[in-house]
Design a protein around this ligand. Structure first.
Ligand SMILES: O=c1nc2n(C[C@H](O)[C@H](O)[C@H](O)CO)c3cc(O)ccc3cc-2c(=O)[nH]1
Ligand SMILES: C[C@H]1O[C@@H](n2cnc3c(N)ncnc32)[C@H](O)[C@@H]1O
Ligand code: MET
Ligand code: SF4
Length: 312
């Protein structure tokens, strides 16, 4: 019997690359007002060209307009409309647009089957380094987001960014915090273990992450996190096939959204689908597609969010 590993066939829409934060590891952002936002007609053209049979998730991944900016409302509305459009065209939206107000989050719940926000790391000391100019990365702000998502019953994805200056203990602390939140709300569907990979556009020029530590981190995460939470690892950021397979043996169960372009790490393309399938099969793993919401949350979804399931 083949062991199974899941992934979500996806396409990433970027409402805007502009962001008022300046995380030093980011290869995505452009300066505020320096980007044309994705229009609905552009998005419609893209979505129309996709095969709903082979792509189920639309990942709406965005740079952030400041909560106090007069442009915030239009920014939020564009994200909402992109989700609605994706849903209407038969896809399953998952939004990660940074921290939201309670009201914004409640609204987006109506047009997303799941949502996400990386905790990154819980230690406040990173506010002096990589997050010095990134108020959205204040640990309390992100924790509050996880709490609100729980209260609102939104199936949620969070995770750790590894190799940005945290210690080993910091990592275990972050995993413990996620475990505590899960025991209150039960809405965390998966935790992404994301290695910080240096790209061509960031200001931080080295990663403190070496891939050979990865299997042990996965193993420890599996010990700390409850069984109800899946562990996701990004295959394009793990350049060694051997380490990828060791991470699966250590307890990773999912490869995340696989899009034609990884917008966060454009310097790290995915393997050809068949190459990945063959690599996994050679070690006894069968790659299975999933939706961006895990089955144990299907009954949390409103009928309008569930309607696309019947056409699949
Ligand atoms: O292709 C990517 N997908 C990313 N995704 C997509 C993710 O793999 C899927 O949307 C979920 O697994 C739902 O299927 C994220 C989603 C989040 O909620 C939070 C962070 C990320 C980060 C990435 C990423 O760096 N690259
Ligand atoms: C969307 C998520 O992408 C992650 N992210 C941002 N920049 C990088 C990078 N250079 N390498 C890996 N992950 C990154 C952060 O964890 C963010 O929350
Ligand atoms: C490239 S990051 C995109 C999502 C959001 N700006 C965050 O950092 O959480
Ligand atoms: S990682 Fe997200 S919050 Fe940080 S600068 Fe990039 S887009 Fe903005």
């Amino acid at each position: 019997m083949l062991k199974t590993i899941t992934y979500s066939p996806s396409y990433t829409l970027v409402p805007t690359y502009e962001c008022f934060n300046r995380c030093t590891y980011c290869n995505f952002r452009v300066a505020p007002s320096q980007d044309d936002w994705l229009s609905l007609s552009q998005a419609q053209k893209i979505l129309h060209s996709l095969q709903p049979q082979s792509v189920s998730e639309i990942l709406i991944l965005s740079g952030e307009v400041h909560p106090q900016s007069p442009r915030r409302k239009a920014w939020f509305q564009r994200i909402y409309d992109l989700c609605q459009l994706s849903l209407d065209m038969g896809f399953f939206p998952h939004t990660n647009a940074g921290p939201l107000s309670y009201n914004e989050m409640a609204q987006l719940k109506q047009v997303n089957v799941s949502m996400g926000l990386m905790l990154e790391q819980i230690t406040p000391k990173l506010l002096k380094t990589v997050h010095h100019h990134a108020p959205s990365k204040i640990p309390e702000v992100r924790l509050q987001q996880l709490e609100w998502a729980g209260e609102l019953k939104i199936p949620f994805t969070t995770g750790l960014l590894l190799g940005i200056g945290e210690t080993e203990t910091d990592r275990w602390d972050t995993l413990e915090v996620i475990t505590a939140i899960q025991s209150r709300w039960g809405h965390i569907q998966e935790v992404i273990l994301q290695p910080h990979c240096v790209g061509s556009h960031q200001s931080l020029t080295e990663s403190q992450f070496t891939l050979d530590q990865f299997p042990d981190i996965v193993k420890k995460a599996r010990e700390i996190l409850p069984e109800s939470i899946a562990i996701q690892i990004p295959p394009n950021l793990i350049s060694s096939p051997n380490i990828l397979l060791l991470c699966l043996e250590a307890g990773a169960t999912d490869l995340g959204g696989i899009s034609p372009k990884d917008e966060v790490n454009p310097d790290y393309p995915h393997l050809l689908h068949q190459t990945l399938v063959n690599l996994l099969e050679s070690a006894g793993w069968k790659l299975i597609p999933r939706l961006p919401v895990y089955p144990h949350y299907y009954d949390w979804l409103s009928p309008s969010l569930r309607k696309n399931m019947s056409i699949r």
